[in-house]
Write a protein that binds this ligand. Sequence first.
Ligand code: IPM
Ligand code: MN
Length: 363
Amino acid sequence: MSTVYDIGVLPGDGIGSEVVNEALKVLSAVEQIYGFTTKRQPLPYGAEHFLKTGEMMPDVAFERLRDMHAVVFGAVGDPRIEVGKLEFAIIAGLRHKLDLFVNLRPIKLYDASLCPLKGKQPADIDMMFCRENTEDAYVGMHGTTKKGTPDEIAVQQMLYTRKGTERIIRYAFELAKLRGPKPGWERSKVTLVDKANALRAQDLWTRVFNEVKAEYPDIDTDHAYIDAACMFMVKDPERFDVGVTTNLFGDIITDLGAELVGGMGIAASGNIHPGKVSMFEGIHGSAPDIAGKGIASPLATILAVALMLDHIGQPEAKVELEATVATLLQGGKIRSLRTGEHKCAELGDMVRDELLARARQAK
Ligand code: IPM
Ligand code: MN
């Protein structure tokens, strides 16, 4: 009997359902080639569901998810609803309630034409950022007093625990070990990105990083404050291999990184708890301006499904799916990722067809 994986499908809002449909189309081809199946469980949450029922994401939904292998996520956010409300309940809800402490964000250049920097080749930009995903300014400890008056005060806490800091830093070192050195490098490298010179609470990150790195003598280490790290991303992206950073800085620097490799249409992420149900999504939002037009790029969600394949125990399928997308970009079949250049479904079809063709050739 073939292996069956339980996969939650949460398209959400805006372009979410369009990109998720294409990613699932590609997943079906992967299943056919690798001989496993998925039982897909639709999850209706998002703006429409909230407007109809008043419910954002109930506890029973999180309970159901705990028994699944993974969730494919589209995007949430809708202009009709207060900023941050759905994002907090659904995205942060998943990350926090399922304890998805790793936000894994690959930044890999598949073709030189996708990079806005002069003269960069695919070998130059190939890094993995490990963004801590459950703490920092995202814990929701904030408040406002005297709202709307000239004396208004607003606060939001950045919170770091030793356990939370240690587990993401350890994950980054394990990832570096597993990944092995980049082509042309002798050793792997983990770079800590923080702002411990100004945010003294992040001294915890400095100390824990130094402790953990002592356990990995074969891995090189580096450090950059977030401001300098942003500068290096543009000036010298070659210097990065595996990066590890706090939740908020990871959010910001990976958008910058995404722009180096083709933008939001191709940037994937995994919200991971090793060995437990995890959630996979493009790092883009719901893009209400282009929703329903069929012109969003599904490549980010397709590459998020690749990360999911690795997580559920199909690492060969992951490598093959990424290679397929790379081939389409390098061979010029995907002309560019500019919005409108290709239809959403056209890109999904191209990836599916190329996958199936490669599988036929390999036989
Ligand atoms: C992301 C998004 C979210 C974040 C928002 C929607 C809350 O930007 O996944 O990167 O800040 O984490
Ligand atoms: Mn973001």
